[in-house]
Design a protein around this ligand. Structure first.
Ligand code: ADP
Ligand code: MG
Length: 258
């Protein structure tokens, strides 16, 4: 179904319409995702969930502009910030230096970069850490730097590809909470990829379920979770969470059987 094009309606931040992405040459093409349509409104927090190989990363890279669609239309509001599973920091730069590099690429004048980098690091819980070398930082701290770097372009859209998958459980919970409140506070649109159904329910305002062979969206589950003041651990203990977690499991199972 084509996206709505009411003249009066606010434009979505991300619109994919009948998109297919293939890898490899003409001789042995791999269809990574086929005929995918989705629309993410401004300020929405949408989670893509699905098993390994179903095309989650491909869709994110497409939205980021790193891949091209073989078919279909891609419409994305810029700028976007991207956070990957691995932080991919420059090891020869400090935490602040990594963020400053992104600021430079964004056109921020040299004289403003250090202060702005410190401010961004503070926003992700790394106040006073700008001078740290990357090897002095824990995995969670490195991922915080990567988030600060992504925020350097003041993105309208944040794209996150399993950003917490490599972190220990406690660090993951903290970062989940922080990304959620950051998104709420700034109104940033988030497209978040995970293979964890639990993480999808905890974070998303809407979850899109994907299946492989070829990659496609097979179900959509709205997450009307009252987050209130609860932290992630508290949220997980609520009846609302259990119900939605169950709904998502059913949708995933039905989709797999379809
Ligand atoms: P996910 O992130 O859900 O694990 P991917 O988007 O990484 O899935 O991959 C989707 C499909 O595309 C898989 O079958 C994968 O093997 C294939 N694929 C991904 N990247 C490439 C690539 N660079 N070249 C060839 N095939 C690829
Ligand atoms: Mg992936």
């Amino acid at each position: 179904m084509p996206p709505a094009e009411d003249a009066g309606a606010p434009a979505a931040d991300i619109v994919l319409d009948g998109v297919t992405v293939r890898y490899g040459g003409a001789k042995a093409p791999v269809t990574a995702v086929e005929d995918v349509s989705l629309s993410v409104g401004a300020g929405e927090f949408v989670v893509l969930v699905g098993p390994s190989g179903c095309g989650k990363t491909t869709l994110l890279r497409l939205v980021a502009g790193f891949e091209r669609a073989a078919q279909g239309d891609v419409d994305v509001r810029r700028p976007v910030g991207v956070v990957f599973q691995q932080p991919r920091l420059f090891p020869w730069r400090t935490a602040g230096g990594n963020v400053a590099f992104a600021l430079a690429r964004h056109g921020v004048p040299r004289a403003q970069r250090a202060a702005k980098a410190a401010e961004l690091l503070e926003r992700v819980g790394l106040a006073g850490m700008a001078g740290r070398r990357t090897w002095e930082l824990s995995g969670g701290q490195q991922q915080r730097v990567a988030i600060a770097r992504a925020l350097a372009t003041e993105p309208q859209i944040l794209l996150m590809d399993e950003p917490f998958a490599a972190l220990d459980a406690l660090t993951r919970e903290r970062l989940q909470e922080e990304v959620r409140s950051l998104a709420d506070a700034t109104g940033t649109t988030v497209l978040f990829v995970t293979h964890s159904a639990e993480e999808a329910v905890l974070l998303g305002s809407r979850v899109l379920v994907m299946a492989a062979g070829p990659g496609r969206i097979v179900a959509e589950v709205p997450i009307g979770l009252d987050r209130g003041a609860a932290d992630v651990a508290g949220l997980r203990a609520t009846a609302g969470f259990s119900r939605l977690r169950g709904e998502l499991a059913v949708a995933t199972r039905e989709a797999a059987g379809a």
